[in-house]
Each structure stands twice: as C-alpha cells, then as structure tokens.
Design a protein around this ligand. Structure first.
Ligand SMILES: *[C@@H]1O[C@H](CO)[C@@H](O)[C@H](O)[C@H]1NC(C)=O
Ligand SMILES: *[C@@H]1O[C@H](CO)[C@@H](O)[C@H](O)[C@H]1NC(C)=O
Ligand SMILES: *[C@@H]1O[C@H](CO)[C@@H](O)[C@H](O)[C@H]1NC(C)=O
Ligand SMILES: *[C@@H]1O[C@H](CO)[C@@H](O)[C@H](O)[C@H]1NC(C)=O
Ligand SMILES: *[C@@H]1O[C@H](CO)[C@@H](O)[C@H](O)[C@H]1NC(C)=O
Ligand SMILES: CC(=O)N[C@H]1CO[C@H](CO)[C@@H](O)[C@@H]1O
Length: 294
C-alpha cells in the first residue's frame, strides 16, 4: 500500500505537468518588475525585470524580451528594448545572455520626458505552447538637485527647493535636529501644465543652531535629502546676525560628496624625505666624528 503510493508519485507529477500544458495555465511563468523607481535627472537608471520560470517549464528557445514605454493615451507606445529610434544608444541590457532570467535594462542620461510607465514583456516558447508574459509596469519618477539655502532679506529663513516629476506622492519636509518643522511658506508646485515637472518648495524660519535637513519623500520612501549646518544662534539684532552667522555649505547627500583635505597624508608624504634627510645627516655626523677621533 505504502509502497505503491511512492511508485505512483512520479506518474502523478507527470499528469500534473501535462494538465498545466494542456489547460494552458501558465501561472508558472511570471514576469516581475518593481512598481516604482526614482532617479536623479541626468543619471542612469537600472530598470529591473525578472523572468520567473518554475522547474518543470522548459523553454525550447531563448525567451524574447521587449520593453515598452506606455504613453498616457495608450497609443504608439515606443519600444525601449529592442531600442526604437527614439531610444537608440540610450538603452543597454544588463545581462547579454538571453538564457538567464535577468531581463533588466539600463536607461542612460534620464530626462524629464522619461518620466512615466514602462512595461517588461517576455515571449516564451515551451514544449507545449508559445505565449507572452508581461510585468505589472514600473513607474519612473525623476528629481533634480535639491537646493537648501538661506533666504529672506535678513537670512532669517531657510528655503528648500527641488524640481520633481509631477506626482502628488512627492512631499518635502524640513527637520531640525530630528524634529519636523512647521513651514512658514510652502508651494506644492506651481500649475504650469506645460512643463513635465513641478517645483516643490518649503521655507522655515531659523530658530537655533544645529543641523537642518530637507527631505524629499515619495509616499513612504526617502528619495533624497540635503543638510545645512547652522552654527550660531540668531542674534537679537540684525548686525549681530550679519557678522556672526557662520555657515557651512549644504552637503547634498545623494549627490557629490566633498572630501576634506587629506592633511595626514600630506604630513606622511613630508615625513618620508625628512626621515631620509635625518638619517643621512646622522650618518655623516657619525663619520665625521669617527674621522676626527681616529
Ligand atoms: C500583477 O498585479 C496583479 C493584480 O494586482 C497581481 O495579482 C499579480 O500577482 C501581479 N503580478 C506580478 C508578477 O507581480
Ligand atoms: C519565483 O517563483 C517561485 C515559486 O514558483 C517563488 O518561490 C519565487 O519567490 C519567485 N521569485 C520571484 C523573484 O518572485
Ligand atoms: C542559450 O541556450 C541555447 C539553447 O537553448 C544555446 O544554443 C545558446 O548557446 C545559449 N546561449 C548562451 C549565450 O548561453
Ligand atoms: C526648477 O526649474 C526651473 C526652470 O523651470 C529652474 O529655473 C529652477 O532653478 C529649478 N529649480 C531647482 C531647485 O532646481
Ligand atoms: C527678518 O525679517 C523678518 C521679516 O521679513 C522679521 O520678522 C524678523 O524679525 C527679521 N529678523 C531679524 C533678526 O531681524
Ligand atoms: C558684532 C558682534 O557682536 N560680534 C561678535 C561675534 O562673535 C565674536 C565671538 O566669536 C564676538 O567677539 C563679537 O563681539
């Protein structure tokens, strides 16, 4: 009884396999791509796509990959991979082997017009069938360099500005030593419908010294941030504020990082010739000493 059960399992598995082939249930082949991606203007972005094939599905030929940009009206969707004229020279495959499950592409030098939805599609030929699977679209959103600086005629305000793809999910906030500040002025983006992006802006009044941080969120995810260190408390009168305000340039965390001068390295480099010189001098002195007292 028990024995026969074991013998039968392989037959059962085969039947299941046949069932999937015959019934045309292709739930065992899926295409995965992330729902949302953000990238800085002018940068390159990897758009992931992954073909998931269950063990018992065998492809007869390497799968054929397509990526398309979904236009808003849904017509004339340009092909991103294999690149149509519009994308020529701007798109690369991350993995050139057509047999691997990675179907990700690299889109280079992202522009505002690249904001939007992208779909990854894969054509598969298995032993019993040929069909096409598509991913659930990736929405690409673009942001420009964030600017965080003193504003107002007496530098009593700190303003944060950033241009982003038009989307209600983008939110700017300014924090002081970890606490969120109430803005004195905020612009959710002017309604210039001609431009493919909006300028988000937020201003707070400076209270005390410390670290001010402007953060750009897309829904729950931190996209980019910028830090401003304010060293001296705002003084009572204007003259004080003018002379005694000391600032450091804002450091854009997601962008260029400025490294301090490598003074220890310079010292080390200087020390080498000095040590050699000292060695030579002492050797010379020793010889002179020996000569004199010989
Ligand atoms: C695509 O979305 C549908 C509906 O939201 C979901 O049922 C399906 O599992 C998703 N497919 C993938 C591959 O994530
Ligand atoms: C691929 O499918 C298997 C089950 O068939 C699942 O365990 C695995 O998580 C899937 N991989 C991805 C990337 O979704
Ligand atoms: C991909 O697989 C096919 C057989 O299905 C083989 O002929 C081909 O050489 C493989 N290509 C690479 C780059 O491995
Ligand atoms: C946003 O774009 C406008 C041009 O429309 C430009 O003048 C402005 O400097 C940009 N703002 C930022 C913060 O980059
Ligand atoms: C800076 O100007 C604002 C009005 O623009 C004023 O309310 C504030 O008192 C001024 N701050 C100082 C330190 O003078
Ligand atoms: C105008 C003024 O009050 N200047 C002050 C700025 O801060 C230095 C100390 O760092 C004081 O000595 C100055 O009097």
């Amino acid at each position: 009884m028990h024995h026969s059960f074991i013998v039968k399992t392989s037959g059962w598995a085969q039947q299941m396999f046949l069932y999937f082939l015959v019934s045309g249930t292709h739930s065992l082949v899926t295409v995965h791509q992330p729902p949302v991606l953000t990238t800085a203007l002018g940068h390159d972005v990897i758009m992931p796509c992954h073909l998931n094939l269950s063990q018992n599905e065998k492809m007869m030929t390497p799968p054929v990959l397509y990526w398309v940009y979904l236009t808003q009206d849904g017509t004339d969707n340009p092909r991103v991979w294999i690149p149509s004229e519009k994308y020529d020279g701007r798109v690369e495959l991350l993995d050139n082997n057509p047999n691997t499950s990675s179907k990700s592409i690299l889109l280079k030098n992202v522009q505002w017009a690249d904001s939007g939805k992208y779909q990854c599609k894969v054509s598969v030929i298995t032993e019993g069938d040929r069909f096409r699977r598509r991913g659930n679209d990736t929405l690409l959103m673009v942001y420009d360099t964030m600017i965080l600086k003193l504003t107002g005629h007496n530098d009593s305000l700190l303003g944060c500005k950033v241009n982003v793809t038009r989307d209600p999910g983008f939110v700017l906030s300014i924090f002081h030593d970890g606490f969120k500040l109430q803005p004195v002025d905020t612009a959710p983006g002017d309604a210039d419908a001609v431009l493919p992006y909006v300028t988000l802006s937020e201003t707070i009044s400076l209270r005390s010294k410390g670290q001010y941080e402007c953060q750009l969120y897309l829904n729950e995810d931190l996209v980019t941030k910028s830090i401003f260190n304010y060293h001296t408390p705002v003084a009572a009168d204007d003259a004080d504020a003018q002379t005694n305000v000391s600032l450091t340039c804002p450091t854009t965390v997601s962008g260029v990082v400025v490294f301090p001068e490598p003074w220890p390295l310079y010292m080390a480099l200087l020390l080498v010739p000095i040590t050699i010189l000292l060695g030579l001098t002492s050797a010379l002195l020793m010889r002179m000493y020996r000569c004199r007292y010989r």
